[in-house]
Design a protein around this ligand. Structure first.
Ligand code: PGA
Length: 249
């Protein structure tokens, strides 16, 4: 099955009402490849503004995080049903910047499951630190993260998951993984899905690369057999995001 190219923009804790509207205006007016699914993730505060501002038919809005429990006494958290109430279809889970703040593999899996059960699709992030890569543990780390996810999600849940492989040492550092490094891990993820979930999930699940993706490196990365798109941080705030979206043309 052909996997539809997917480009996510993770705005992180950046932007203002005005700058987010300007980024979205730029996307609305650009010639975006109609064969690419685009999902932008501003911070929670700006989600309603973003939902209202998007008119491009291929662009949707995601949250950067969500809480695993239903509405209730959870000060400072945002629920799946609240995201649904805003009209959102997506959330990111398990970004390494959140894992670094204490989210375990199991917490991330719980959030992912809660989001899917509540009707959202999920960009689920994984990836190794520099230390783990240098110790030769990259694939083992990612497999452990995948195993925690697979312990919670089942069957059709996988249709709602896009995997983002983001080596931590490449995030925000300008140090992009080589096409070979990225392809090698993407292929390992697909192999793991085949062995531990199913052939269909391995074939159909989109695996994004994230970590210093720019208009300069996205075309080469997009050519790799197992790279089905990107999760873009810094460059998603800039006009070059359009070139990254169109890099599979
Ligand atoms: P970056 O961030 O593109 O700024 O490296 C990617 C991410 O954290 O999703």
């Amino acid at each position: 099955m052909a996997r539809k190219f997917f480009v996510g923009g993770n705005f992180k804790m950046n932007g203002t009402k005005e700058s987010i509207k300007a980024i979205i205006k730029n996307l609305n007016e650009a010639q975006l490849d109609p064969n690419v699914e685009v999902v932008i993730a501003p911070s929670h505060l700006y989600l309603p503004i973003a939902v209202d501002a998007v008119t491009a038919s291929t662009v949707s809005v995601a949250a950067q995080n969500v809480y695993a429990k239903p509405n209730g006494a959870h000060t400072g958290e945002v629920s799946v049903s609240q995201l649904k109430d805003l009209g959102l279809k997506w959330t990111i889970t398990g970004h390494s910047e959140r894992r670094a703040g204490g989210e375990s593999d199991e917490d991330v899996a719980n959030k992912t499951k809660a989001a899917i059960d509540g009707g959202l699709s999920v960009i689920w992030c994984c990836g190794e630190s520099l230390e783990e890569r240098e110790a030769g543990n990259t694939v083992a780390v990612v497999e452990k993260q995948l195993a925690a996810l697979a312990a919670k999600v089942t069957g059709d849940d996988w249709k709602k998951i896009v995997i983002a492989y983001e080596p931590i040492w490449a995030i925000g550092t300008g140090k992009v993984a080589t096409t070979e490094q990225a392809q090698e891990v993407h292929a390992a993820i697909r192999k793991w899905l085949k062995a531990n979930v199913s052939d269909a999930v391995a074939d159909e699940t989109r695996i994004l690369y994230g970590g210093s993706v720019s208009a300069k490196n996205s075309k080469e990365l997009a050519k790799q057999a197992d790279i089905d798109g990107f999760l873009v941080g810094g460059a998603s705030l800039k006009p070059e995001f359009v070139d990254i979206i169109n890099s599979n043309q």
